[in-house]
Design a protein around this ligand. Sequence first.
Ligand code: FES
Length: 82
Amino acid sequence: MMNVYVCIGSSCHQKSSYSIMKELKSLIDENGLEDKVSLNSAFCLGHCAEGVTMKIDEDIITGVGLGNIEDVFRNRILKVIR
Ligand code: FES
């Protein structure tokens, strides 16, 4: 099981982490990965200035936005899991 966290701390929240979370959920569902990816929210991951911040297993990914969430999903989740 891959553990994916999206920061919902106040700074990331202001940068639309909730929409990112929703988008990720749809991407996970569309690709039938519900059993392989656990999507969670996290409190501040300590990179507020570079947010939105995500954590995939032990890797921190910064600079996530609605413009690149699909790329992040493809490169960091889909590719790794297949
Ligand atoms: S609020 Fe997201 S890294 Fe701090």
